[in-house]
Design a protein around this ligand. Structure first.
Ligand SMILES: O=C(O)CCC(=O)C(=O)O
Length: 284
């Protein structure tokens, strides 16, 4: 029998394991109204000047020419941290990624503002940056926060449900669904799922924050140590520092030393760090 796929939409109090189960089966899932307008607006307000100053520098055939993009948002937006380290997001990431690593990390954290007139982005998988596939193992997940409402008209992310379960090339014949969701909601999709930004046929921009979370033994898509150097990273709490990669994976992977540096042990309230050392360096 041909399996059927649907874009399951959960309420904000959803159990992370249930969301992860839907994500495993369908390749994507949406949770509605997770964060309030104030939290979302604070983040959007910090991204605004970056979108305006540098958003068009990454324009190209893949990203589009009527879309603004800003990468490594933690470098200039502390208000993005509650989204990036939201407990529901980490719960889903735990369920999908932790069976295959001791700790996962941010691959990228990018604001995307699709402006009116933009066409459909080419469908693609995010995990194509890693040149192999291992059956039963996802290298990363994508987590898209809606900083405005996401609608079919304004370019809600297009998702080819079930496409994470096949090696077929989907671009020509896919039938994607849109991740339609109100502002403050969040969409999850597998790194192996075919997807892409939607065309914006409305008269106002669609703003999202897309963060990827990848197995801790992989190279991060964006070099976080350059993008968010120690002097900025140490302003964040241990969870964010771990997500940035200022943490060893196991006993030795990623260890480092800087003269005058400080070792910061994990704190009891950071449950995700159990058994791992957390390292940051001061300037001393
Ligand atoms: O903006 C979106 O909805 C998705 C963007 C995307 O998939 C990408 O650029 O890799």
């Amino acid at each position: 029998m041909t399996p059927t796929y649907e874009l399951a939409a959960f309420a904000a109090d959803a159990d992370a394991d249930d969301v992860a189960e839907a994500l495993r089966h369908n390749g994507a899932a949406v949770v509605h109204n997770v964060l309030d307008d104030d939290t979302i607006d604070r983040c959007a307000a910090e991204l605004r000047p970056e979108f305006d100053a540098r958003g068009e520098l990454q324009n190209n055939d893949f990203n589009g020419y009527t879309t603004r993009r800003i990468s490594s948002v933690l470098a200039y937006s502390p208000a993005s941290a509650p989204l990036i380290a939201h407990p529901l997001v980490l719960g889903v990431a735990d369920a999908i990624l932790k069976p295959h690593c001791l700790a996962y990390r941010i691959g990228s954290a990018t604001g995307i503002e699709i402006h009116p007139g933009e066409g459909n982005q080419v469908l693609h998988t995010d995990d194509s940056i890693y040149p192999l596939r291992v059956p039963g193992l996802e290298f990363q997940i994508g987590v898209m926060w809606a900083l405005t409402d996401f609608t079919e008209e304004n370019g809600a992310t297009r998702l080819v449900l079930g496409s994470h379960k096949t090696d077929d090339y989907f671009s020509e014949h896919a039938d994607p669904v849109h991740a339609v969701m109100p502002k403050g909601s969040v969409a999850f999709y597998m790194g192996s799922l075919w997807h892409g930004g939607g065309a914006n046929r409305s008269d106002s921009p669609r703003m999202g924050l897309i963060n990827t979370y990848a197995l801790g033994w992989l190279r991060q898509e964006v070099n976080q140590y350059l993008a968010v150097p120690p002097e900025i990273a140490q302003q964040y709490d241990p969870v964010i520092r771990r997500l940035l990669g200022y943490t060893k994976h196991g006993d030795s992977l990623g260890h480092g030393h800087r003269p005058g540096g400080a070792r910061v042990p994990h704190t009891p309230d950071d449950k995700s760090q159990t058994g791992l050392d957390l390292w940051v360096w001061d300037e001393g």
